[in-house]
Design a protein around this ligand. Structure first.
Ligand code: CP3
Length: 348
C-alpha cells in the first residue's frame, strides 16, 4: 500500500519521517517556472489546467517534496466572483475595482466554484493523476488552499498589497458593519471553494491569513478568527471526503493561543514565534514551519545549521518542515538544496 507521509504526520504514524514542502514552492526562483511563464500572464498560467498542472509539478520533479501545492493564487476566487484583477511585475495583485462601502458589496457575484473556478478542479485532478502514476511507496500529498477572509478583504479594500493597512483598518474600526458583511461574504465563498477543492482531490487544505498578524489580539477574533472558525466548521460539516486543515497566519506570535483554540488539524508558524510558545502548544496539534525564508540568502553553513535548529525546535512534536512564509523569488537554488538535504539527513 502506498503511503502519504505528510498525512501520517498528523497521526504520528511515521514519527521518524519528517515530511517537507514549502510555501510558494512553485514560482519564480525555479528557472523552469520562468521558462513556462515567458509571454504569458500569471492568470494564463493559473487558469489553464495543462499549464497550472505542469507548474505545480515542477518542484516535485526537481526535489520530490512530500507535498504538492496546486498552482493558483489566494485571489483566484475573488477574480472569479466578479472582482477582476491582474498581477503586475514587482507590484503583485492589482484589483480593477475596490469595495469600500456597503453598496459596493453588490459587485461580488453569486459564486459557484464548479462553474466559476472549474479550472482549479481540473488542476487538482491532473496533479492527483500524476501522483497516482508514480511508482513509489511514499507518495506526495496534494495540497489545496484559500485566502482567509481578513487577508482577502485587505486586497479588496486597498486594491493591492499594502504595508500600512490604513484603508483596511479604517474599514474595520470605522465602517465595522460594512467590513463584517464583506468578511462574512468572503467566508461563505471560501467555505464553498475549499469543499470543491477537497471533492476534486485536495487531501490537505491550508488557509492563508498572511496579514492576520497585523491585528491586535483583542481585535483578531472580531475581524479574522470568527470567520476562519466558521470556514473550518463549514468544511468539516460539508466536505465529501476526508481532509486535514492547516491554518497559516503571518507574524502571529501574539495570536498563537487564539489560533490553536480554533482546533485546526495543523498550525503553520512563522519564524518569529518564540520557542517557549511552541513548547506550550497542545501535543495533538501538528505544527508546520518555520525557517525564516531569508536564511536561504545566507551562506550554506548558516542554512544547514539553522535548518537543523528548526528540526530540533519541534522535536517531540508532530511536525511538517516548511518555511515560516513563502520562498522569495531570487532565492539561490543551492541553498534550497542544502535545506532539503539537511531535512532528509535528519529523518531517522
Ligand atoms: O505555494 C505555491 O507554490 C502555490 C502558489 C501560490 C501563489 N500564491 C502563486 C503566486 C500560493 C499558495 C499563493 C498564495 C498567496 N498569494 C498569498 C498567501 C501566501 C503568502 O505568501 O502570504 C498571498 C498574500 C498572495 C497574493 C499575491 N500573489 C502576491 C502578494 C503576489 C505578488 C508577490 C510575488 O511573489 O510576486 C502574488 C503573485 C503570485 N502568486 C506569484 C506566484 C508564483 C508571482 C506571479 C508571477 O509573476 O509569476
Amino acid at each position: 500500500m502506498p503511503e502519504y507521509p505528510l498525512i501520517q504526520a498528523f497521526d504520528s504514524r511515521n514519527p521518524d519521517y519528517l515530511p517537507l514542502w514549502y510555501m510558494r514552492q512553485a514560482g519564480r526562483y525555479l528557472p523552469e517556472y520562468n521558462e513556462i511563464r515567458k509571454g504569458k500572464t500569471f492568470l494564463d498560467l493559473s487558469m489553464q489546467p495543462e499549464l497550472s498542472i505542469e507548474v505545480s509539478l515542477q518542484p516535485h520533479r526537481r526535489y520530490a517534496m512530500d507535498g504538492i501545492i496546486m498552482f493558483s493564487d489566494i485571489l483566484t476566487p475573488v477574480h472569479a466572483a466578479g472582482v477582476p484583477l491582474h498581477f503586475e511585475e514587482g507590484r503583485g495583485p492589482v484589483l480593477e475595482k475596490t469595495i469600500r462601502t456597503e453598496s459596493e458589496l453588490s459587485l461580488i457575484d453569486d459564486y459557484d466554484p464548479a462553474r466559476d473556478n472549474g479550472y482549479v478542479g481540473e488542476t487538482l485532478q491532473g496533479i492527483q493523476a500524476y501522483i497516482d502514476g508514480l511508482d513509489a511507496e511514499l507518495l506526495p500529498t496534494l495540497i489545496g488552499f484559500a485566502g482567509a477572509p481578513f487577508t482577502l478583504a485587505s486586497y479588496i479594500v486597498e486594491g493591492s498589497t499594502t504595508r500600512k493597512f490604513e484603508l483596511t483598518k479604517t474599514a474595520a474600526f470605522r465602517d465595522t458593519t460594512f467590513f463584517l458583511k464583506l468578511l462574512g461574504r468572503l467566508a461563505d465563498i471560501t467555505g464553498e471553494y475549499l469543499c470543491y477543492q477537497i471533492e476534486n482531490g485536495a487531501k490537505v487544505v491550508q488557509l492563508f491569513d498572511s496579514w492576520g498578524g497585523i491585528l491586535h489580539a483583542d481585535h483578531y477574533e472580531e475581524f479574522s478568527g470568527q470567520f476562519n472558525r466558521k470556514i473550518l466548521s463549514y468544511v468539516r460539516r460539508k466536505a465529501k471526503k476526508p481532509f486535514r486543515f492547516i491554518m497559516f497566519t503571518g507574524n502571529s506570535a501574539h495570536l498563537t493561543d487564539q489560533i490553536a483554540s480554533m482546533e485546526p488539524d495543523g498550525m503553520s508558524l512563522d519564524w518569529r514565534v518564540p520557542d517557549h510558545i511552541i513548547q506550550e502548544l497542545p501535543a495533538e496539534l501538528l505544527l508546520q514551519g518555520n525557517l525564516d525564508p531569508l536564511i536561504l540568502y545566507g551562506n550554506k553553513e548558516r542554512v544547514i545549521e539553522t535548518t537543523k535548529s528548526v528540526i530540533e525546535r519541534f522535536r517531540g512534536k508532530k511536525h511538517i518542515f516548511n518555511l515560516g512564509h513563502g520562498i522569495h523569488p531570487s532565492t539561490p537554488l543551492e541553498n534550497v538544496e542544502a535545506m532539503i538535504q539537511t531535512v532528509r539527513e535528519h529523518r531517522d
